[in-house]
Design a protein around this ligand. Structure first.
Ligand SMILES: [Zn+2]
Length: 398
C-alpha cells in the first residue's frame, strides 16, 4: 500500500499532472508542459518518455518560436469521444480522438422541438454511423458529450425549463441518450459548450477567463473562469439575456419587462423589420443584408450589438474576463455588430475592466457547440483512467 507523499505516489501524481495538461490543451511542447504544471524541464522530459513508452502520449516534431521542439499529445488511438449537439432546428454529431482530432462529423436539419423521440432516434443512428466510418471500435468510446439548447442541471441532467423545448417534457436527455447508446453521457447547455469549443479549438485558445455570448432565439453566455466553465449551483449562470435594460420595456418570456433578450433575440428584432422587409426575413438573411449595406438591417444589427454590449459591460464589471467571443449567426455580421458591442463596453464598463477586454467573433461558427461537446468529455474524463496500472479489473484478467 502506498502512503501519500511517498516517492511512488508523488511520481504517479506527476504523471497525472502531465496527462491532464495535455488532455485539456490538445498538444503542448515540453516547455509549455513545464510552464503549465510547474514541474522542472528534466522531470517533464522523463515523464513524457515514460508516457510515450507505455502508449499514453505521442510525440511529434514541431517548431516553437523558430526553434525545434517536440509536440506532446494524447495518443490518437487511446480512445475516442463523441459529441452530439441538438439545436432548435438541427442535429450535429462529431467523433474525435484524444489527440483532439475530429475524425468524422455530420449535421442535418431536424425539428428537435417537435418530438424528442425522433431527435434521439436520429442521434442514435448518426452516432453509430459516424463511429463506423472511423474504423475504430465502439468499445473505444470514452464518453459522449450532449448539448441541449436550454438551461440544464448538469448534476441531475434535468432540463431547467421545458417551455424552451416543448416536445421534451418529462425527458432526462442524458439518461435517454446513455440508455440508447450504452455509453456514459455528459450534458450541458449550448452556450457552455460553445464556450468550451472556442476555448479548446477556437478563438479562446490560451485564454483563462472568457465569456462566450450566443444570440439566437434567446441570449446566453458561457462563462469560463480560471480555465473552468462556471455553471452555478443550478446551472443558470450566464443567463445575461435577462439583465434588465428597460423597466417599462416589452414583457419577456421570463415574466420580467425589458430584458436584454427583448432587444436582441430573433423574434423581437425581426419584428422591427417586418414592415419594411416583409414577413419572411430570417436572422441569416438579415445579417447578410446588413453586411451588404442594407440600411434598415444595418441599423437593427447595430442596435442589437449596442444592447448586447450593455450586457457585456455588466459582465465585465462583475467578472473582468479578458476576452468575449461572439458566437451564433449574429457573429457573421462582423464589425457591423462587433463595433457597437465595443462602443457599449467602452461607455458602460468601468475603464479598468473595459481596457483589458477583447471582443472577437467565434472561430468555429456553427461547429462551436459540437466541438464543445467533445471538449466536455475530454475535460470530464479522469487522468488515471489513461494510465496503464490504474485499471485493476483489466489487469486481473490479462
Ligand atoms: Zn427575461
Amino acid at each position: 500500500m502506498e502512503t501519500p507523499g511517498s516517492q511512488s505516489s508523488l511520481h504517479r501524481a506527476n504523471l497525472e499532472r502531465v496527462v491532464r495538461a495535455v488532455r485539456l490543451a490538445g498538444s503542448l511542447t515540453q516547455a509549455e508542459i513545464a510552464r503549465g504544471t510547474g514541474l522542472s524541464a528534466a522531470t517533464v522530459s522523463n515523464i513524457v518518455r515514460e508516457l510515450r513508452d507505455n502508449g499514453t502520449v505521442q510525440v511529434t516534431p514541431t517548431s516553437s518560436g523558430g526553434r525545434r521542439a517536440r509536440s506532446v499529445s494524447l495518443s490518437g488511438d487511446a480512445g475516442i469521444v463523441v459529441g452530439v449537439d441538438f439545436g432548435h432546428s438541427h442535429l450535429r454529431v462529431a467523433v474525435g480522438n484524444l489527440a483532439h482530432q475530429v475524425l468524422a462529423e455530420q449535421t442535418e436539419p431536424i425539428d428537435v422541438d417537435a418530438s424528442a423521440a425522433q431527435g434521439f432516434d436520429r442521434a442514435e443512428q448518426l452516432v453509430g454511423q459516424l463511429i463506423e466510418t472511423t474504423g475504430i471500435g465502439a468499445d473505444k468510446v470514452i464518453g459522449v458529450g450532449l448539448g441541449v439548447p436550454g438551461p440544464i442541471d448538469v448534476a441531475t441532467g434535468v432540463l431547467g425549463s421545458t417551455a424552451i423545448l416543448p416536445g421534451w417534457g418529462g425527458i432526462n436527455p442524458r439518461e435517454e441518450l446513455s440508455a440508447r447508446l450504452g455509453m456514459p453521457v455528459h450534458v450541458d447547455n449550448d452556450a457552455n459548450l460553445g464556450a468550451l469549443g472556442e476555448l479548446v479549438w477556437g478563438a479562446g485558445r490560451g485564454v483563462k477567463d472568457l465569456a462566450y455570448i450566443k444570440v439566437a432565439s434567446g441570449v446566453g453566455a458561457g462563462l469560463v473562469i480560471n480555465g473552468q466553465i462556471y455553471r452555478g449551483p443550478g446551472g443558470t449562470a450566464g443567463e445575461i439575456g435577462h439583465i434588465t435594460l428597460d423597466e417599462s420595456g416589452p414583457v419577456c418570456r421570463c415574466g420580467n419587462r425589458g430584458c436584454l433578450e427583448t432587444f436582441t433575440a430573433a423574434r423581437y428584432v425581426l419584428d422591427l423589420l417586418r414592415g419594411s422587409h416583409g414577413p419572411d426575413l430570417t436572422v441569416p438573411k438579415m445579417v447578410r443584408l446588413a453586411r451588404d449595406g442594407d440600411p434598415g438591417c444595418r441599423r437593427v444589427v447595430a442596435d442589437v450589438g449596442r444592447h448586447v454590449g450593455m450586457g457585456v459591460a455588466n459582465l465585465c464589471n462583475v467578472l473582468n474576463p479578458s476576452r468575449v467571443v461572439l458566437g451564433g449567426e449574429l457573429a457573421e455580421a462582423g464589425e457591423v455588430v462587433l463595433g457597437p458591442i465595443r462602443e457599449s463596453v467602452a461607455r458602460y464598463a468601468i475603464p479598468s475592466a473595459a481596457r483589458q477586454l477583447a471582443v472577437v467573433p467565434g472561430a468555429l461558427g456553427a461547429r462551436a457547440e459540437v466541438l464543445g461537446a467533445l471538449a466536455l468529455v475530454l475535460s470530464e474524463m479522469g487522468d488515471s483512467t489513461l494510465l496503464p496500472d490504474s485499471a485493476p479489473t483489466a489487469l486481473a484478467f490479462s
